[in-house]
Design a protein around this ligand. Sequence first.
Ligand SMILES: Nc1ncnc2c1ncn2[C@@H]1O[C@H](COP(=O)(O)OP(=O)(O)OP(=O)(O)O)[C@@H](O)[C@H]1O
Ligand SMILES: [Mg+2]
Length: 243
Amino acid sequence: MAVVAVYSVKGGVGKTTIAANLAWFSAMVSRRRTLLWDLDAAGGSGFLFGIDAQKRAAAGAIFDRDAEPASLIWQTGYDRLDLLPADNSLRDLDNVLTRIGKKKRLAKLTDTLSHDYERIVLDCPPVLNEISAQVMRAATCVIVPLPPSPLSARAFEIVAKEIRANTKRPPPILPVLSMVDRRRALHLQALEANPNWPVIPQASAVEQCAVRQAPVGAFAPNSPAARGFRQLWTAIERKLTNG
Ligand SMILES: Nc1ncnc2c1ncn2[C@@H]1O[C@H](COP(=O)(O)OP(=O)(O)OP(=O)(O)O)[C@@H](O)[C@H]1O
Ligand SMILES: [Mg+2]
């Protein structure tokens, strides 16, 4: 079992979009039993699959009251792809994790889920606190989406440094240029400066995910965006299997 965390200290960089789409490719193309776990109280991942868990408000209980994760997991309607959605009870997650004082609580929980899932994709909130520290302890690898700019390499280094400063054994970190528009000079510059980084294009097909409440691979499988997610997932899968 491998835990793929999609994380950045910055908001609005495409974490939820990438997490949801990667999880879909994991399940549908790599045919892995996959769990998408939304750790952000905003609940974006659930929304992208048309699942509204806010009424239940129980996702936080997994961490402090030993609620069974299995009882909160939803089927997405796609084979092999399940979702552990977020809800308002996660607003307090940082405090809960600090209070219970178990540094590997999230890692333990993902371990127990390894009986049922081969891949767990974490959609993380843009924070640097006990939640992100626990994510780093649980993650097999960390995907960091970066909007293209001449500063993206620097932005990546800042995230990587923060992660190193907050974990004893930081997992491998993979930068991804997200929302890339090849018509823009600054974006081209970022592409040239980081030729080996995977790329997710800025695309209306990606925006449509939120309208259709479906991953792009499900309704526009041949679009450049779907190709971007597929290539990114394939690169991750290769890293996970070959080390
Ligand atoms: N490749 C893309 N092309 C076009 N729009 C995109 C792309 N990626 C993300 N978006 C849009 O950008 C917005 C922010 O994306 P998303 O919610 O995935 O970011 P996030 O990093 O999870 O944000 P937050 O920090 O608030 O959780 C959304 O409206 C999403 O539809
Ligand atoms: Mg998000």
